[in-house]
Design a protein around this ligand. Structure first.
Ligand code: BES
Ligand code: MN
Ligand code: ZN
Length: 489
């Protein structure tokens, strides 16, 4: 799609459709005032109405009204969802080009709204079409792709905000594509290749550890998970900037490219979804990709992913095994399906050599967080209130929400083992928290935040209009925002 940013008026832009976001109980814009009665459209949140326009100088033929609901409940996230809904409407009607003017709202920064509008257009136009319509016509497409879209902004600040959204979207798209890709090709080796491209583009240091490299580093935890896999596991490290250039922030991603559960095998139903158990890693790669383009100053960022399959077979690790992580902590394996925390344990240990000022890990870690928080908000476990606040703020700013779960001392006790230092599961109760308590043992007592994204990494039945079914790319926009806040404030 050709994404354009313009100043001036939407009326001057040639496009098949003009999207008109409208607040509840307010007058419709002049352009449709003559063809709709005041009570013909109630601008409830996300409600749309498609109207035929008289032929004008820009040749435009349609207007798509979309409700923003009442001004008192307005947020940039509601704008994102409303515009996302409208974009889906344009796509459904196969109208392939649109223009949308950023609405104004008192108390809201115009640039923030420009960013949200651009986010919505880009995110809602995403599709994973690589495996469709090859042998037939694409008649079964529900949502046709846009050919071009123009976001009309008020000024230069709005224009650069919309351009920022476009750059960050590149990272989100990368993460979504990787999550949607079948596990046969989205392997640890493939993730390492993606990292190699990012390193080249962004002038970053790259380290790729294979099984042998992990052995040399004493990474017994991820190696245990990888034992059952024929695919070569990879720990991939990207380094942006240098130590001493601003704060050192480590981003750690769970990269299980397929989670069968291992010997503690999962039920067959929905196991296909476990191709997306690398969305933490995808978020880290997507963020590093955006950094490669944005090149923010005063920042030193380590991006690390622990990538392996979790399979079963004659070599697979077993319940009862005891693994030794890179930091020397011994782990009793009680369930081979609690593998993500093992992969993260070695990655968290590895980043200690950089003496990071902040560590943020992202992982599709537990079913428990899905039960507890659902599909709209991620679960956070932390040892540091200030870092937690920063992450929460970045989440609020981008609409990628986080909710803190309490890391009580009792939950830390619960992960202790009778015969090793810790065990890899403490049972069902508080499963998302005890998983966090496990990871905390590898934080090196540095400021650390864990985000359990199991509920938000994959969009089911359009949880949000700008994230259709499939990989959501959750975390990229939040992390880039967090890093930019470090860089700028
Ligand atoms: N990858 C899963 C968690 C998951 C569940 C991600 C649903 C996305 C959607 C993880 O490796 C896992 O299997 N966790 C177990 C842990 C348990 C064995 C302690 C779980 O949540 O059941
Ligand atoms: Mn698992
Ligand atoms: Zn998993």
């Amino acid at each position: 799609m050709d994404f354009k940013v313009a100043t001036g008026s939407a009326g001057d832009v040639a496009a098949a459709v003009v999207i008109l976001p409208i607040f509840l109980d307010e007058q419709v814009p002049q352009i449709v005032a003559g063809i709709i009665e005041p009570d013909e459209f109630r601008a409830l949140m996300r409600k749309t109405l498609l109207l035929r326009l008289p032929e004008g100088k820009s040749g435009r033929r349609w207007a798509l009204l979309v409700g923003l609901g009442t001004r008192t409940r307005f947020t940039s996230e509601r704008l994102r969802r409303a515009v996302g809904e409208a974009v889906l409407g344009v796509r459904k009607h196969n109208l392939h080009s649109l223009v949308v003017e950023v609405p104004q709202a008192a108390g809201f920064d115009a640039a923030e709204l420009a960013r949200a509008t651009a986010d919505a257009v880009l995110l809602a136009n995403y599709g994973f079409e690589e495996f469709r319509g090859k042998g037939t016509t694409a008649d079964d497409t529900d949502y046709f792709p846009l050919e071009n879209a123009t976001v009309v902004v008020a000024d230069d600040a709005g224009a650069s905000a919309a351009r920022l959204a476009e750059t960050v979207y590149g990272g989100v798209k990368l993460a979504r594509d990787l999550g949607n890709e079948p596990p046969a090709t989205c392997t640890p080796t493939r993730l390492a290749e993606v990292a190699t491209e990012i390193a080249k583009r962004g002038g970053m240091q790259l380290t790729v550890l294979d099984r042998e490299g992990m052995r040399k580093n004493g990474m017994g935890a991820i190696l245990g998970v990888a034992q059952g896999a024929h695919e070569e596991p990879k720990v991939v490290v990207l380094e942006y900037g240098k130590k001493g250039q601003g704060p050192t922030v480590a981003l750690v991603g769970k990269g299980i490219t397929f989670d069968s559960g291992g010997i503690s095998i999962k039920p067959a139903e929905h196991m296909d979804l476990m191709k997306m158990d690398m969305m933490g890693a995808a978020a880290v790669l997507g963020t590093m990709s955006a950094l490669a383009d944005l090149k923010p100053a005063n920042l030193h960022v380590i991006g690390i992913i622990g990538a392996t399959e979790n399979l079963l077979g004659g070599n697979a690790y077993k319940p009862g095994d005891i693994l030794t992580a890179m930091n020397g902590i011994t782990i009793e394996v009680l369930n081979t399906d609690a593998e993500g925390r093992l992969a993260l344990a070695d990655c968290l240990s590895y980043v200690q050599q950089y003496e990071p000022d902040a560590i943020i890990d992202l992982a599709t870690l537990t079913g428990a967080v899905v039960v507890g928080l659902g599909n709209q908000i991620s679960g956070m476990v932390t040892n540091n209130a200030e870092l937690a606040q920063r992450v929460k703020q970045a989440g609020d700013e981008t609409g990628e929400l986080v909710w803190e779960l309490p890391l009580l001392p009792e939950y830390k006790e619960a992960v202790k083992s009778k015969i090793a230092d810790i065990r890899n599961t403490a049972g069902r109760a508080g499963g998302a928290i005890t998983a966090g308590a496990f990871l905390e043992r590898f934080s090196g007592n540095r400021p650390w935040v864990h985000l359990d994204i199991a509920g938000v990494a994959w969009a089911e039945e359009m949880a949000k209009p700008y994230a259709r079914e499939g990989a959501a790319g959750f975390g990229v926009r939040l992390l880039v925002q967090l890093l930019q806040n470090y860089s700028q404030r």
